[in-house]
Unconditional design. Structure first.
Lengths: 170, 264
């Protein structure tokens, strides 16, 4: 019986010694480094195909949202502008035309398309701020579309392409 | 029950088909604001990815000169026109057009060499990275990230100065006063600034004051308009009032001050 007890004690002693040696071998520190570069993410609303205009004020009845996100430390502006080029006078940017390519259009609405979020912009070839993200963060502002139609506007299918821009305010 | 489920599924499919997918873009490398020396080579990477799409997305990149309008929004300057303080002329971005495959990315590289005779102060430009719209919808959208490039010429003479002009005071609709003035950056560098207007009576007592932060920086050779509505709900007694207009940098450095009087 005593022999057995001595054997058990010896086994425990050896095991404890080995465990202690093992612990010393795995102790240490590992440095982890990672980069999170500055970014801007901007997502334009889904396209519109179902807007029927009448004489007078028209507000697009559907709902549209845009998304802007950034990890920048400061203001990030969401801006809009007419994406198209190639206007032939008297046609100008910001007004819907009867062809997707302005140079091939017969007609243009008299009034510019209004695009709004926190503020409303009359669309033109120059980008205008409609929302400002206090970054870092992510905003999804609702976007409104309003179009004034006059009695002298021609009947046609009208088109517009709008660029939604995200940019830091330097 | 089965047919109801089928009808619901069909309606859902129709709704999904009617909603064209939104186009999104993410760019890392969103502003190049740094000091550079004449002769120095510039290389700046801008990595673009498309958001949540299963189709390839065409993307363009273009560098443009720009200025600011009176409210501080960027106005591009056509490529065939000269532009003061522009960095456009010694920079290029490649590729000019690329396709982002689903789950992939495209690296646009801005590069160039700062001319030895670049001059003093600031040189700036804008890189536009934009998705290409499909051209199939009544009103359709593109997504774009604009990357400002602000290069300060190291070792050059940096001039920070400005001038207030056209200081006007008129009566507003709500019995108050409307104060307007223009501020022009006559230096060769950019700064964020704040305009203030202080209304005082003939004894020097402050009746009202307002401030107008510039928001975006005031670029050299550009003019910003400041508008204030003062004493909106104050019944001003007849007399002589002074309006003191000041524009200062965000560190408090006063760039210019103008004073005018108004008779009520």
């Amino acid at each position: 019986m005593r022999k057995i007890d001595s054997g058990i004690c010896l086994t425990i002693l050896v095991a404890a010694t080995l465990m202690g040696t093992g612990s010393a071998q795995v102790t240490g520190t590992t440095q982890v480094a990672a980069q999170f570069p500055q970014y801007i993410s901007v997502t334009a609303p889904a396209g519109i195909t179902d807007w029927v205009l009448n004489v007078g004020a028209n507000s697009y009845p559907g709902s549209r949202t845009a998304t802007i996100a950034s990890n920048y430390d400061g203001d990030v502006a969401m801006r809009v502008r007419d994406a198209r080029t190639g206007f032939v006078a008297p046609m100008v940017a910001g007004r819907m035309t009867s062809n997707t390519a302005p140079a091939a259009a017969n007609y243009q609405l008299e009034n510019p398309l209004q695009v709004g979020a926190a503020t409303i912009a009359s669309l033109s070839g120059t980008a205008a701020t409609i929302h400002t993200l206090n970054a870092p963060g992510r905003d999804q502002p609702a976007v409104t579309f309003d179009q004034q139609v006059t009695y002298t506007d021609y009947a046609a299918d009208y088109y517009m392409t709008i660029t939604f821009i995200g940019t830091v305010v330097v | 029950m089965k047919s109801r489920l089928s009808i619901s599924a069909c309606l859902l499919l129709l709704v999904i088909l009617a909603m064209e997918p939104a186009s999104g873009i993410t760019v890392s490398g969103i502003a190049l604001v740094t000091d550079v020396s004449p002769g120095e080579q510039i290389v700046y990477n801008m990595t673009a990815t498309a958001d949540d799409v299963s189709e390839p997305v065409d993307v363009t990149a273009h560098i443009t000169a720009f200025t600011h309008n009176l409210i501080g929004e960027r106005v591009p300057i056509p490529d065939n026109e000269t532009a003061p303080y522009t960095a456009r002329d010694f920079l290029k971005v490649t590729p000019e057009r690329a396709t982002i495959e689903p789950g992939g990315e495209v690296v646009f590289v801005l590069e160039g060499i700062v001319p030895e005779d670049v001059g003093d102060g600031l040189r700036y430009a804008l890189v536009r990275i934009s998705t290409v719209p499909s051209g199939n919808e009544t009103i359709e959208f593109a997504s774009e990230v604009d990357v400002p490039v602000f290069l300060t010429i190291a070792g050059s003479e940096i001039i920070s100065r400005g001038e207030i002009s056209d200081l006007n005071v008129s009566e507003g609709d709500d019995e108050g006063l409307v104060v307007t003035f223009l501020f022009t950056n006559t230096g060769n560098h950019y700064c964020k600034a704040e305009g203030t207007a202080v209304l005082k009576d003939d004894e020097g007592n402050v009746i009202d004051e307002g401030s107008h932060p510039s928001g975006s920086s005031v670029l050299p050779s550009t003019t910003r308009q400041c508008v204030f509505e003062l004493a909106k709900e104050v019944d001003l007694a007849p007399g002589t009032y002074t309006v003191e207009a000041t524009v200062a940098k965000t560190d408090g450095t006063v760039l210019d001050t103008e004073v005018t009087t108004v008779e009520i």
